[in-house]
Design a protein around this ligand. Structure first.
Ligand SMILES: Cc1cc2nc3c(=O)[nH]c(=O)nc-3n(C[C@H](O)[C@H](O)[C@H](O)COP(=O)(O)OP(=O)(O)OC[C@H]3O[C@@H](n4cnc5c(N)ncnc54)[C@H](O)[C@@H]3O)c2cc1C
Length: 406
């Protein structure tokens, strides 16, 4: 006999219901129609959605109460992300709420908390992440963007020169949190600092990068003698690597919520039923039934891994970097596998990619089923999921080093 020893949490069920109602009311009308077609939202629509979450206090529910949050444990945070994913809600843009916010309230000064946290809590200020450089992705610690300390009549400051790359949504951002080299002579991890830079500062240039899905999400960001007040240094100079790793634990855990994959599987079930071969739906084809069963088993495993990560969080008070690596690896590989199965189904009808169908207001003629453009877009976009946030090979290295105690 199986005995379930996990206490049932009625509060959590009620909260999930509240999130479902939120999705029903807030994601209605034009936004719902666009999401259902896989269309892209603009900054204004994202802002509306993020502000609706902010008004409920859900955007930073996982923050400590003393900093404006609600002291949520990982279960409640996970439940929010799970329900948003199941409802097909827009991406909850993480750069402020999940990434730099926790760094500022954990390692920042009182003045930095007062200055920066309110804008993140209300989603009034948009952030982006300046970690990667052309020669520093997996080997992030070899980054070269240089910040030189100086002092003049206007006060202590850093002069920043260098380049970041793959900077998601830098073209929407007001601020960028950057890893910069402050001591070129120290061991590479030891010479890095964590700096907050106003994107409107003279000398900051943003250049777009077009991706395989033909969209504009990514950018290069150039710094040419950018003057940054010394008060924008987070924590201690040359301790940035510690804060950077702390942030990565939050970043990599965030993608593990299973709700989105439940939605993918529902969509896959639907197109398997709608697509016929030899007069019979592909849902009856033994090869697709096997793949479906594999995806369902992998999703159950991902959910169990998520619960392990919650337990690790309770033990340490922060995400475990090794657990986050495992979660990120499994989640992104499952995501790509399900999308690949969807593409293999849609291939029966050809695979015309019509990215223009993803623009608001497009009224042209669709080739193939209405979900084609959205699924192909998602498939192309998520090819990068096993790269961004640290590639799968790097996650495997982290897990192996953790397991071997290296
Ligand atoms: C869509 C997208 C969004 C991104 N958004 C951001 C962002 O907002 N901010 C930001 O700072 N960065 C961002 N990145 C950058 C991302 O973090 C890096 O692309 C990633 O860390 C890999 O670095 P790289 O591209 O330099 O590849 P490389 O490090 O050059 O790696 C190339 C290949 O070699 C493998 N490899 C490298 N080292 C090892 C090793 N030691 N062992 C085994 N294999 C290895 C890698 O796994 C990979 O397959 C984004 C990337 C993408 C694709």
């Amino acid at each position: 006999m199986f005995i379930n020893t996990v206490a049932h949490d009625d509060d959590l069920d009620a909260f999930r219901q509240e999130v479902r109602e939120f999705c029903h009311t807030e994601l209605s009308g034009d936004i719902r129609a666009r999401l259902d077609r896989g269309q892209q939202l603009g900054k204004d629509e994202h802002d509306r959605y993020m502000k609706a979450l902010a008004r409920r206090g859900w955007l930073v529910g996982h923050w400590p109460r003393e900093h404006g949050g609600q002291d949520w444990g990982p279960e409640r945070t996970g439940a929010l992300h799970d329900e948003l994913g199941r409802a097909g809600a827009p991406w909850l843009i993480p750069f402020g709420v999940t990434m730099v916010g926790p760094v500022i309230y954990t390692f920042g000064s009182e003045a930095q908390r007062d200055r920066f946290l309110p804008g993140i809590i209300a989603n009034d200020v948009w952030w982006c992440q300046g970690y990667s450089e052309p020669g520093a992705g997996s080997d992030l610690a070899s980054l070269k963007t240089r910040a030189v300390f100086a002092e003049d009549a206007e006060g202590p400051h850093y002069v920043v020169n260098g380049q970041k790359i793959w900077t998601t949504l830098a073209h929407w951002a007001d601020w960028i949190f950057c890893l910069v080299r402050t001591d070129p002579n120290a061991k590479k991890q030891a010479g890095i600092s964590f700096l907050l830079i106003d994107m409107a500062t003279p000398g900051v240039t943003v250049r777009p990068i077009k991706t395989i899905d033909l969209g504009h999400h990514l950018n290069e960001v150039f710094f040419d003698n950018v003057r940054v007040p010394a008060e924008n240094l987070v924590g201690e100079e040359n301790k940035g690597w510690e804060y950077a790793k702390f942030l990565l634990g939050y970043e990599r855990s965030a993608g593990g919520a299973a709700g989105k994959y439940h939605r993918y599987l529902a969509q896959l079930r639907q197109i398997l039923g709608d697509t016929k071969e030899g007069g019979r739906p592909l849902a009856e084809d033994i090869r697709f039934r096997r793949r479906m069963a594999q995806h369902e088993a992998d999703l159950a495993a991902l959910t169990a891994l998520g619960a392990d990560q919650h337990a690790a969080f309770h033990a340490a008070g922060r995400p475990s970097l090794i657990g986050a690596a495992a979660l990120k690896l499994r989640a992104t590989e499952l995501q790509q596998a399900i999308l690949q199965t969807m593409v293999d189904v849609l291939a029966r009808q050809g695979l015309p990619y019509q990215p223009e169908a993803l623009d608001a207001g497009w009224n042209g003629e669709l080739i193939g089923p209405p979900e084609m453009a959205g699924i192909l877009y998602e498939h192309l976009t998520r090819r990068a999921a096993t790269i961004y946030g640290g590639s799968s090979e790097i996650q495997r290295n982290i897990i192996a080093k953790g397991a071997l105690g290296l």
